[in-house]
Design a protein around this ligand. Structure first.
Ligand code: XMP
Length: 509
């Protein structure tokens, strides 16, 4: 299998570059620039290397730089933005603040004939975001693109197969960006493009048949996409030696627990233990109103229930987890400020001891995990489901969590989802109801009512780091409001949340 290395210099698009290359059916792997040596790169058999962008000035003290030996391995290199500047810097060119000042946004670019630009018209639009620029082109390189403000928008040394572009081919604003990456991986690097999800699924199953041979494995199944696909894969590999524990904390959406049970136990014949722990969670949460305290209690209870179930099963050799590639990459980076203490139901209880951990999805992005789920025959409803937080409805019932409030929220949420699914096939990335802790006066028939206020939330986002509130059609909102107030006892008002992230977060708590 051909693979390409994405060498990260602190850019914000490293994952996007890898995903774009993988979409071409070529496996791409991300490493930080100081995580791998030139010798290791050679030994790993990469067919090409992409240097990412980054926020630094390459000439500054302490700027992230790889060894110049990386350029002498005979492996083609494509430098993007900071990556281009680093390539120039390491090969004897000079880089300085751009004379015309920084260049940002969609820009017309004029390209020369070159293998990198095959099929790209002479004039097209690219996406720029830089302050520094190459001032003196390194020996052996030709300038192969320019913009009005950037005389050196791309460089090439065809003989050594070293290329650099100042613009970002990985973002969709660059009209022919996908073509540039395609030219690089296929024509310059000579990759075959034979990396297919069905093959990945089969290879993973074969691998785990061997490494888990004769071993007993436990997996915490949340019903989310990642743990579900991990369960389906491992079940194909080891059958009944896999036991999944599904902790139903009573904070699930309407019908969710039964759906998980039916899918995995009844349809797939998987060994599934469903632990009904609602009473226990609600008892632990009684009287608690602080959002962080609630999250911590839910996380801690979860670990305890999971541990107890594991103990009942006797000796287990391996703990399996649905860790995916972005989790692996993120854990290799510095810690950003904690906004909320995230809790993942499938997460590893820290105090538990297993001799081994199995993470069959640790090299895959979310969209790839979904493709594998489909290839394994998991229901579309499960594979394409929207994200649902580990603490569940616990972060959507504001104030104290009670059984009564959870019931109200479950009904309102199910109605909202149903209404949206009927109104549009182009669903928001996440949409749900929140039960606020405020009551308001209403009138029904001739009676005065005094019920809860339900807030509806729907967001549009690529990565959930930022999100905008979705412009839902008024008639969908009208339908949702009228059905919720009519069908759910205890609700007298429905409001729509029109706050983006930032400044708000997606969840209310
Ligand atoms: P926020 O509210 O932080 O949410 O803007 C961003 C995304 O993360 C989900 N979320 C969680 N997921 N455990 C999870 O697995 C958690 O504790 C958690 N909190 C929020 C949220 O639903 C949204 O998709």
């Amino acid at each position: 299998m051909d693979k390409v290395l994405v060498l990260n210099f602190g850019g914000q698009y490293d994952q996007l570059i890898a995903r774009r290359i993988r979409a071409l059916h070529v496996f791409a792997e991300i490493k930080n620039y100081n995580q791998i040596t030139p010798e290791e790169i050679r030994a790993s058999g990469y067919r090409g290397i992409v240097f990412t962008g980054g926020p630094h000035s390459v000439y500054a003290d302490g700027a992230p730089r790889c060894k110049s030996a990386v350029l002498s391995l005979g492996i083609p290199v494509l430098g993007i933005c900071y990556g281009l500047q680093l390539l120039a810097f390491l090969t004897g060119g000079t880089v300085a603040p751009a004379e015309a000042g920084s260049e940002y946004g969609k820009t017309n670019v004029c390209t020369e004939e070159n293998a990198l630009f095959a099929g790209v018209p002479k004039n097209s639009v690219c996406w720029m975001s830089h302050t520094d620029a190459v001032q003196a082109v390194p020996p052996g390189f030709a300038v192969i693109a320019q913009t009005a403000h950037c005389p050196c928008a791309a460089i090439a040394d065809d003989a050594r197969k070293l290329y650099g572009v100042q613009f970002h081919p990985e973002v969709t604003h660059t009209e022919y960006g996908a073509r540039v990456l395609q030219n690089f991986v296929f024509d310059v690097c000579g990759c075959g493009g034979d990396w297919q999800m069905e093959d990945v699924a089969e290879a993973t199953i074969e691998k785990y048949k061997k490494v888990l041979s004769g071993k007993k494995v436990l997996l915490g199944l949340s019903g989310g996409v990642d743990s579900s696909v991990a369960a389906a894969l491992l079940h194909r590999a080891i059958g009944d030696r896999l036991t999944c524990v599904f902790v139903d904390h009573g904070l699930l959406r309407k019908g969710e627990g039964d759906f998980v049970e039916q899918t995995f136990r009844d349809r797939f014949g998987l060994r599934l233990i469903r632990v009904n722990a609602e009473d226990r969670f609600l008892a632990a949460l009684r009287g608690v109103t602080d959002p962080e305290a609630k999250r911590k209690i839910i996380g801690a209870q979860f670990v305890r229930v999971f541990e107890e179930e594991a103990k009942k099963l006797g000796k287990i050799d391996v703990l399996a987890q649905g860790t995916i590639y972005p989790d692996v990459i993120e854990s290799g980076k510095g810690d950003a400020a904690t906004i909320k203490s995230h809790h993942n139901v499938g997460g590893l209880p820290e105090r538990m001891t297993f001799s081994e951990i199995a993470e069959p999805l640790r090299e895959l992005f979310k969209d790839e995990v979904r493709q594998i789920g489909e290839a394994l025959g998991l229901p579309r409803k499960l594979v394409w489901r929207q994200p649902f937080p580990g603490p569940g409805l616990g972060v959507r019932v504001l104030g104290e969590i009670t059984k009564e409030k959870l019931e109200i929220l479950r009904e309102a949420d199910a109605i909202f989802r149903d209404v949206l699914e009927q109104h549009t096939s182009d669903l928001p990335n996440q949409y749900f109801a929140v039960l606020t802790d405020s009551r308001s006066v209403g009138v029904m028939g001739d009676e005065r009512t005094y019920g809860y206020t339900v807030a509806l939330r729907a967001v549009t986002t690529d990565d959930f780091m930022t999100a905008t509130w979705t412009r839902l059609p008024y008639d969908a909102l009208e339908d949702a409001s009228s059905r919720i107030t009519n069908e759910v006892k205890g609700v007298s008002r429905v409001v729509y949340d029109i706050t983006s992230k930032p400044p708000a977060t997606v969840e209310w708590e």
